[in-house]
Design a binder for this molecule. Structure first.
Ligand code: ADP
Ligand code: MG
Length: 687
């Protein structure tokens, strides 16, 4: 019993302080009570006890036996996996330190307990089922899940073997190996494999493996030409992804197995050169001309990496490639378009420049620009428009930038510039906001409008002068007509009336016998009456007295009646007047326009009705003449020989008025004149 106590104490101490003590402890434990109680036993322990019982055992053998026993004990305890020995009923006889560590039971707790009750996990097989191997090897092992003392579960591999004495099983020894790390590593690897597989299959670039039937040794001693012969017929596509299949427009089954000779049937020399470069360097980045399944060419950009075996021989290579035909085409198109536009820019006869938007620093200018500013290129590029003093008023450029920011483009913006030839040049600029390398820039074309502006101004002035002259002539003509009308009416009319009275007097004094003479005189008097009428009519046509005597409204009423009387075209007169005063010039203008419009209705419209509207207010004078005739056409409206219409327009403009003439086919023509009362206002202001 004393010896057993010592063993236990030592055994516990051993657990804390190391392996060598174990040896000592078990050396002393051969006869311990615990071991006496064992019903099964380790072979060696069994034999040891048997040998120890022999009284005639020589001390030398005993010593050897003890040493052997110690080795075994040490082996058992230091074994890196959990090791147990149990009896045929499943009860634990011994367990090593690793068992304790793995399942967290102390050896004392475990001894004598049914192992399945101790570490069996719910729902898993009992460990006695060693007859069901997972491996086909002679050694039986399997993976199982066991429970620790604290209830946590642990995956272990389990190996069990019966321990036999004289061919009879007396116990089982079992080994448990903690698989946690291994399983975790396996899980990680399989996860990574899945990721790699997903990367391979789903990549938008074509991925492939091309493996040699046999690895080759590729070095400077090798006959590379011969090797290439071999490679071209014995290196085959073994794995491809969807992108690669799509690139070549072939089925997977058609691509798998293809050799370099297949891929480069159109250009073997090129293919061999590419392969040589790849195998020489171990990797290659290349742009190659390849053929799709249907023979159409494509441009492929690829990265290829050689694969080697442990001996450094090439086993094949891995490739990533993409079809860049479209990209190459676009780049070419871009280059061409750049070339076109660069040429247009350079050769433009108008100054063109590209400058940064805010600062106005010149990035590019053309020859015409340099010619205009009179500076060499190097003095312009990189400098600001402001530094070069090109804009006479820098604010104008700020305004241009502001508009560009707002609208993205500017058309016909005018500014004053300083150029080589002119201190003050009026320029018009067409500008576009463009983006170059992430920076807002301004692309513009400029042209000099100084001369055309001056011409325009001269033209405008001369037209105004002509108008003024025409208006003056109209006035003079009107005055002349008024004077002639008055003289005709007053002087000639009165003279004729006097003549008529004289003739009547003479006739009254003629004797009855002179009936011939009397008839003759009566005839003359009647003709004289007609002449007086003619004189009156001519005078009125020259200038209707009613206009001067009774005003515009009365004159219009008179004119409309006259019109009806002469033409039989019905007139509908709508006169609205607030009796605001109308000056003579405007009254005459309106009246003459009415006369011309009515004449046109009578001559061209084929109308049965004409509506005349007059609106006379403090602010404006408005006249509308609308007939129900055939309608004036746009061609007639634009006709240069339409002197009547031109006259109407010129009269209206001369008074600061506006004229609108419009015709609807079959629905008539409408003439509208509006003359503002500006003259009136100024008169009032003066008053
Ligand atoms: N009220 C109208 N209805 C139809 N056509 C018209 C009318 N007024 C003018 N026109 C057309 O416009 C043309 C130009 O008119 P106008 O300048 O007055 O010249 P004119 O009367 O001497 O022909 C006319 O010849 C006629 O064809
Ligand atoms: Mg006319």
């Amino acid at each position: 019993m004393a010896a057993g106590d010592v063993v236990d104490q030592r055994a516990q101490r051993r657990c804390r302080s190391g392996r060598f003590n174990t040896f000592a402890a078990h050396l002393c434990s051969g006869h311990s009570a615990r071991y006496q109680a064992d019903r099964g036993a380790l072979d060696i322990a069994f034999h040891a006890r048997h040998l120890a019982g022999k009284t005639d055992m020589r001390p030398r053998f005993q010593a050897q036996l003890r040493i052997q026993q110690a080795y075994l004990e040490q082996l058992f305890e230091t074994f890196p996996h959990a090791l147990t020995l149990r009896d045929l009923n499943g009860r634990l006889i011994r367990a090593n330190a690793e068992f304790s560590r793995l399942f967290r039971y102390s050896v004392q707790e475990a001894i004598g307990v049914d192992i399945d009750r101790l570490i069996g996990a719910p729902g898993s097989d009992p460990s006695t089922g060693i007859d069901r191997p997972l491996s086909s090897e002679s050694r039986m092992w399997r993976q199982m899940r066991r429970r620790r003392r604290d209830g946590s579960l642990v995956d272990v591999s389990h190996t069990g073997s019966p321990l036999t004495v004289d061919g009879k099983a007396v116990a089982f020894y079992e080994v448990y190996h903690d698989l946690t790390q291994q399983l975790r590593a396996e899980a990680t690897i399989s996860e990574q494999q899945k990721l790699l597989e997903a990367f391979f299959t789903q990549s938008l670039d074509g991925f492939f493996f091309m493996m040699l039937d046999r690895p080759i040794r590729w070095n400077d001693q090798a006959d590379k030409e011969k090797l290439l012969d071999y490679i071209f017929t014995h290196q085959r596509i073994t794995k491809v992804n969807g992108a690669m299949i799509a690139e070549y427009g072939m089925k997977q089954s058609e691509i798998l197995g293809l050799t370099p000779a297949d891929f480069y049937s159109h250009d073997q020399a090129h293919g061999r050169a590419a392969w040589r470069a790849l195998f020489d360097a171990g990797r290659l980045h290349a742009v190659t001309h390849e053929r799709r399944g249907d023979g159409s060419p494509m441009l492929i950009e690829g990265d290829y990496v050689c694969l080697y075996d442990a001996d450094g021989r090439i086993t094949g290579h891995f490739g990533i490639q993409r079809n860049i035909s479209e990209r190459a085409r676009q780049e070419e198109a871009l280059r061409e378009s750049e070339e076109k536009f660069a040429k247009a820019f350079r050769s433009s006869p108008l100054p063109m420049s590209i400058a940064t938007l805010e600062e106005g620093r010149f990035i590019e200018v053309n020859e015409a620009f340099l010619r205009d500013v009179g500076l060499p290129r190097e003095e312009v590029i990189g400098r600001r428009a402001h530094d070069l003093g090109l804009w006479r008023e820098p604010v104008a450029r700020e305004e241009l930038v502001h508009r560009l920011q707002r609208d993205g483009m500017v058309r016909r913006y005018e500014f004053e510039a300083r150029t080589r030839l002119r201190e003050r040049q009026i320029n018009q600029i067409w500008a576009e906001k463009i983006n170059l390398g992430g920076q807002d820039c301004l692309l513009d074309i400029v042209w000099d409008v100084t001369d055309s502006k001056a011409n325009e101004e001269a033209m405008r002035r001369s037209r105004q002068e002509l108008r003024d002259l025409a208006a003056r002539l109209q006035t003079v003509r009107e005055e002349e007509r008024t004077r002639i009308a008055r003289e005709l009416h007053d002087e000639l009319g009165q003279a004729l009336t006097g003549l008529k009275m004289d003739l009547s007097w003479v006739r009254g004094r003629l004797p009855r016998t002179q009936s011939d003479l009397s008839d003759r005189l009566l005839n003359s008097i009647t003709r004289l009456d007609g002449t007086v009428d003619s004189v009156r009519r001519i005078a009125t046509e020259l200038r209707p007295g009613v206009l001067d005597l009774l005003g515009l409204v009365a004159a219009i009423e008179w004119q409309s009646q006259e019109f009806f009387r002469r033409t039989g075209i019905e007139t509908d007169l709508d006169l609205q007047s607030d009796d605001s005063p109308v000056d003579d010039v405007r009254a005459t203008t309106i009246f003459r326009i009415l006369q011309e419009a009515l004449t046109n209705v009578a001559r061209h419209a084929g109308a049965t009705m004409v509506r005349i509207g007059v609106l006379q207010t403090r602010d404006e004078l408005r006249l509308v003449v609308a007939d129900n005739g055939r309608g004036i056409t746009p061609v007639e409206l634009a006709g240069r020989t339409s002197l009547g219409l031109i006259g109407i327009r010129e009269r209206a403009i001369a008074c600061g008025g506006v004229l609108e003439i419009a015709g609807q086919p079959g629905e008539g023509t409408r003439v509208e004149v509006r003359i503002p009362s500006r003259v009136l206002e100024t008169q009032e202001a003066v008053a």
